[in-house]
Design a protein around this ligand. Structure first.
Ligand SMILES: Nc1ncnc2c1ncn2[C@@H]1O[C@H](COP(=O)(O)OP(=O)(O)O)[C@@H](O)[C@H]1O
Ligand SMILES: [Mg+2]
Length: 697
């Protein structure tokens, strides 16, 4: 109200009081918005006091260059170095002579702390004022000032317009000869309606020194102001033509950041005038309404609000704005509360397990037992929750996590998938093979460029519920190096005492993992870190006999590959005899992965026939096998019918399955030495030594 009424009383002559912010190398003009930095203690005190005022207005005045020079000398003087003059004397304004009294009344739009006590401000110049008296210098600067009349328009409108046009065309010319000249900047200048504002904008962009800028601020006649700008612009353009630079690379008076900010602010104003919606604000509003419609834990909601406030302060198009938005998206999209209902019908579980896998009776039995315990614990938990304090972590997976161990291709991963299917939970797989960096699991702090949540949080994000089945695949392949120990993170995840408050470094908030059903897999039990092993209930899948493989291939693998190749159900017919040959001569494994691949190859070959229009089912008799799969890849050691002296039959186990070996021995003429060939392990070598000793003794 005060402001409005003062318009009616001869306001130019009335003295008012305000805080003062003296600035070293910026002259602020009315109508211009700029970021500035306050770092000296008294300046910061001024800002803080101003922020407490309702209108957030203060006076911004430029410090005379001579003053700064004097301070710089003083700073180096022996008196200062020897502590004879208080340091507070340096870089602090003590009298009105040290600054320019013609200054600008400004409003603070934003204050952003920069750390170390300094702050960045976004200020907008309002009007020209004259400081009459420096009232106070410690602990804050305050002044008496009077407002100055608007610029005199003694000139006729057409002259002014001619000058404005001349300035605009010079800027067009500058833009044309300077390929780096930002297009939006030119737009701003050409769209400028107010002659004085155009002059001030031009002055900022010309990056003139304080003395020149101050002279322009002090100019009271609009025509003279425009003429002055025109001259300066012509000069700069001439220099640019000579040296190829405008928007001075050499003059860093206005740094890059300020320039960009200036551009964006002006762009915003133009958009507002054109009635274009402010997309930034729109976006933030949308995020806020999403937040309002979601039910989030209190801590999460708080964090999102804080980040949205921050987003409002930074430039949305800036890198920082992007980082904040991604983070907010993650927080809003995480399944903090979302759950799926478990299907704990054990008969149904058995049906599904049988549907997906042949044989594996022992394994299925163990799974059913596990699910039964799981069900009982859950029921007990639900009942006890009614009676006891609900703060008890709702972990009903207490203690045990199943882990499937066995050679590749025996169905560890796919059995895990079936478990998820029986429970009706989503399935997510985290492959731990070759994982060395703890951050892979736990995420990077947001201060890192390109930081991301860890794989656990990513899996939950994909699952969209907080109780999926998560398979920790290849637990035995977890590595360890200087970037931390992923195994310790796994230990924490699997520990029911700890996993209800798992902290991902990126999310920076606790997430409750106690509802997740973790399942592990490994090839080699001896390679799982022992503390981890303690948490696991091991279920072994050892491999299949050729007969089992035959059944699996007929009932599961072949139909699946036929469907995958896009063929009708009966398109490929492989009789048992052929299948036996495939297993024996084209695969060499305990599991059925390679077998599935070979069947895939057959199906694709048939698909080619179909694609050519020969729509008749293909029978693959043994004779045609080479046509589909090429020559045999593995040769079987045939069992020798008659036993010869010096040859013994042995049995061996390898990760590829069982084997028969023939061990041949030859006695050489002299010596009791023993030569062993065949790259044998220590135990085998020892056995050979024992055999020799026995014979010689
Ligand atoms: N008993 C089985 N019945 C049906 N299909 C099986 C069986 N065992 C393995 N498979 C199939 O073999 C393929 C390889 O199994 P996978 O789960 O990837 O093995 P692992 O994880 O042990 O390396 C999968 O397509 C799987 O469905
Ligand atoms: Mg697997």
């Amino acid at each position: 109200m005060l402001h409005v009424t003062s318009l009616f009383f001869n306001r130019q002559n009335k003295l008012e009081t305000s805080f003062l912010l003296p600035l070293g190398n910026v002259v602020l003009f009315p109508g211009i918005t700029l970021p500035v930095i306050a770092e000296k203690p008294r300046s910061v005190a001024v800002v803080e006091s101003t922020m407490k005022r309702n209108n957030k207005q203060l006076i911004i005045a430029a410090i005379r260059p001579q003053t700064r020079q004097k301070w710089a000398e003083l700073e180096k003087s022996p008196e200062i170095l020897n502590d004879k003059i208080s340091e507070s004397r340096v870089w602090q304004v003590e009298s009105l002579e040290e600054i320019y009294p013609i200054a600008t009344l400004a409003v603070i739009h934003q204050m952003i702390p920069l750390g170390m006590g300094s702050v960045q401000l976004i200020v907008e110049g309002l009007e020209r004022v004259e400081i009459v008296k420096l009232v106070e210098t410690d602990p804050v600067y305050s002044v008496k000032f009077k407002r100055l009349p608007t610029l005199a328009k003694e000139t006729d409108e057409s002259t002014l317009q001619a000058l404005v046009q001349a300035i605009k065309s010079l800027w067009s010319e500058a833009a044309a000869i300077n390929p780096g000249f930002p297009q939006e900047l030119l737009g701003i200048l050409l769209n400028s309606k107010e002659p004085a504002l155009l002059a001030y904008q031009s002055s900022i962009l010309l990056q003139q020194d304080v003395t020149t800028s101050q002279a322009l601020l002090e100019e009271v006649n609009l025509e003279k102001l425009l003429r002055q700008i025109l001259t300066n612009l012509q000069k700069a353009l001439k220099i640019q033509k000579l040296r190829g630079e405008i928007l001075g690379e050499t003059k860093k008076e206005l740094d890059q950041q300020q320039k960009e900010f200036f551009l964006r602010e002006q762009l915003k104003k133009i958009q507002e005038q054109l009635g274009e919606t402010d997309t930034e604000q729109e976006e933030i509003r949308e995020l806020r309404s999403r937040l309002a419609n979601l039910e989030l834990p209190e801590a999460v909601e708080k964090q999102v609000k804080r980040e949205l406030d921050r987003l409002e302060r930074v430039q949305s198009a800036s890198a920082e704005g992007g980082v904040i938005r991604t983070y907010v998206d993650w927080l809003l999209e995480m399944p903090w509360h979302q759950q799926v209902e478990d299907n704990l019908d054990l008969d149904n579980a058995k049906t599904i397990l049988d549907e997906d896998h042949y044989g594996l009776d022992k394994v299925k039995e163990r799974i059913i037992e596990h699910l039964a315990t799981f069900k009982l614990k859950k029921l007990a938990q639900q009942q006890s929750l009614l009676l006891v304090d609900s703060k008890i972590p709702q972990s009903y997976t207490v203690g045990t996590v199943i882990c499937f161990v066995g050679p590749p291709g025996v169905g560890k991963t796919s059995v895990g998938q079936s478990i998820a299917r029986t429970l009706g939970r989503p399935f997510e797989r985290i492959s731990l093979g070759g994982l060395r960096d703890e951050a892979e699991l736990r995420g990077h702090r947001r201060t890192y460029i390109g930081a991301m949540p860890g794989r656990i949080v990513q899996a939950l994000h994909r699952a969209e519920v907080n109780n999926p089945v998560i398979m920790l695949d290849e637990l035995d392949k977890v590595g360890m190096d200087y970037r931390g120990d992923p195994a310790s993170v796994l230990l924490e995840i699997l520990d029911p005492q700890q996993n209800h408050s798992f902290r991902d470094l990126y999310l920076d908030l606790d997430f409750d993992l106690s509802q997740v059903l973790f399942i592990g897999t490994a090839n080699d039990l001896s390679r799982i870190p022992p503390p981890l092993l303690d948490r696991l209930e091991i279920i072994e899948l050892s491999g299949y006999s050729p007969q089992e493989k035959l059944k699996i291939a007929q009932k599961y693998l072949l139909p699946r590959q036929i469907a995958k190749a896009g063929l009708p159900e009966d398109a490929v017919q492989i009789p048992e005899s052929t299948m036996g040959l495939i297993i024996e001569y084209y695969t060499h494994e305990a599991g059925v992965r390679k077998l599935e691949q070979q069947l895939g190859t057959v199906c694709r070959k048939v698909a080619v026939h179909y694609a050519k229009g020969e729509n008749n089912p293909q029978l693959v008799p043994p004779e045609r096998l080479e046509e589909f799969l090429g020559v045999r890849q593995f040769l079987k050691e045939e069992i020798r019918r008659e036993s010869k002296p010096g040859v013994a039959t042995g049995l061996a186990w390898t990760p590829q399955g069982g084997e028969i070996l023939f061990i041949e021995a030859v006695l050489l003429p002299q010596g009791k030495d023993l030569t062993i060939t065949g790259q044998l392990g220590e135990v085998m070598q020892e056995s050979a030594e024992i055999a020799r000793s026995y014979v010689w003794s």
